[in-house]
Design a protein. Structure first.
Length: 214
């Protein structure tokens, strides 16, 4: 007499909740441990309960999560490869090597900014001063003692220091109709780490080539 065949589990008609959660997280790009864990639990329970739809949802959730993880890994790899290809931001003398984006807090005297007015956030596009640019950093000064939030007399003191540094940097005082002197402080950058003042000469009307340094 042949052995009895195992009876397939009877599905109760409800799609497994873990499978649904795994697929939902994956579709919304929430790639992480939860999406994988929910998918594995949902797949196991769906197989045990005969929930075909739950199995499909769990497999889709795990697959999409894997694709997201692969895409993130590729993006990171491309970024790393680009950094390696670009090389260090500065040459041995400290000059910027080609056009690139650096943190505002990494700016040094002699750096030229491509288009200051279009910049936002914590990074800025810089390039060699021989290329067309709107602005040039001519000094980085320490903050006066006290709060980094400079107002009133303290602010005027910093601005006067920047103007004096520009004259020393350029060998003469550039015409005020051509350049606007900016004193950029930590509160302007919303930064608690940066503890200096950036002195920047910004061309009022257009871009220029060459450095103000003499």
């Amino acid at each position: 007499m042949p052995a009895p065949q195992p009876v397939a589990p009877v599905w109760n008609g409800k799609t497994n909740g873990f499978s649904i959660a795994s697929l939902s997280l994956a579709l919304f790009g929430c790639v992480g441990v939860l999406s994988v864990v929910f998918g594995v639990i949902g797949l196991r329970q769906s197989r045990r309960n005969g929930d075909r739809r739950g199995r499909i949802y769990a497999i889709l959730g795990l697959s999409i999560t894997g694709l997201w993880a692969l895409a993130i890994a590729v993006a990171i790899g491309v970024a790393v490869a680009k950094d390696i290809a670009d090389g260090p931001d500065r040459d041995a003398a400290g000059a910027i090597r080609g056009e690139r984006s650096i943190r505002v807090t990494d700016l040094r005297a002699g750096d030229c900014v491509k288009d200051l007015e279009s910049q936002s956030g914590s990074r800025v596009d810089v390039l060699p001063c021989a290329s067309a640019h709107s602005s040039e950093v001519f000094a980085v000064l320490p903050l006066p003692e006290g709060s980094p939030l400079l107002t009133g007399e303290a602010r005027q003191q910093v601005e006067s220091s920047c103007e004096a540094k520009l004259t020393a940097y350029a060998g003469t005082k550039p015409g005020q109709d051509a350049y606007l002197v900016l004193a950029v402080t930590p509160d302007d950058l919303d930064s608690t780490e940066f503890q200096n003042v950036l002195c920047i000469a910004h061309h009022r009307t257009s871009t220029t080539t060459g450095s103000l340094r003499r």
